[in-house]
Design a protein around this ligand. Sequence first.
Ligand code: DAH
Length: 367
Amino acid sequence: MPDNPAIQGVREAFLAQFPAASSDQALKALHDAFLSRKSGQLTALMKTLSTLAPEERRDFGQAVNTLKTEIETAIDEKRAALEATRQPSGGVDVTLPGRTLPMGRIHPLMRVRRDVEDIFTHMGYEILEGPEVEDDFHNFEALNMPPDHPARDMQDTLYLDAPVAGGTWGAHRFEGGQRGTVPEAQVRAATLLRTHTSAMQIRYMKTFPPPVRIIVPGRVYRRDNLDRSHTPMFQQFEGLVVGEGITLADLKGTLEAMMRALFGEGVKVRLRPSFFPYTEPSAEVDVSCRACGGSGCGTCKQTGWLEILGSGMVHPAVFEAVGYDPDKYTGFAFGMGMERVAMLRYGVDDIRLFYENDLRFLEQFPV
Ligand code: DAH
């Protein structure tokens, strides 16, 4: 009975409409048109059963059921295919918000370093680094501090090759009592961890002729115990400018421009007379206290000022040590602590925080 013309007609009608039904609604309409109990075409076919001869009824009924299964299967499969295109990743909800990954930040010291480098690059300076392991000549002697110079005691040096009698490899304190007893040649031969970036002034001037305009950021080391204002390693910026006719006014103007760029237009700068062996005259530089605006508070010990760097006009003896003509050239130099700038800028009251890598601290700074 599968070739019964009435059944064939219904089958062909379905096959003609099926390809165009490509939405849930269209499939539902097709389903209703053919399979609905009340008005479906297959129901109508079944109703003709009673008009057939009894021996034909069984085959006819079976053929109608086969067609019914065929239509149901076709509709169900297409529905499933439609559903699958709506969820291409196999059940993953693509509308969920993504997982956020933890984001790194720029370390506050690196922020300060980049800002200082930007300020001076715009003023035409060259930025360079130098070795952290130094010798006595660059760190002391050429900076007008001969072996018995008392200014060496201003900084407690970490020696790699101790200039003390019987000294062994390692970090040794240059004890006051032993200083006079150590032969000069031995003192001069010492290797050490640089105590300041000023050593790089010497290396640069020995290598290049004037004019000089450099900034040297880098690590320096001193025999200090850890407390809220000391770490045995910290970082500095050295500045050096040498040329014909460079004056103290150039130093002051440069420092003021730097402080305004670092701390804002309103900051005040003052120079106080001081002493460094490698500058004459020497000046310590203060900026107005940001915490109180200069009226006096705990941060500035009621003075309204905060010391921020050492500076001065390059001493003629330094020019002589590097082979520059002190009658022809003048220059200024300064040395500034990177942590000190960051502490003032961000209101940090303990230097150790910069080196503890505590995310609770680091996450407070901008990305
Ligand atoms: N080297 C000094 C220090 O570490 C800082 C300093 C002072 C650097 C005066 C200079 C300078 O270039 O002229 O404390």
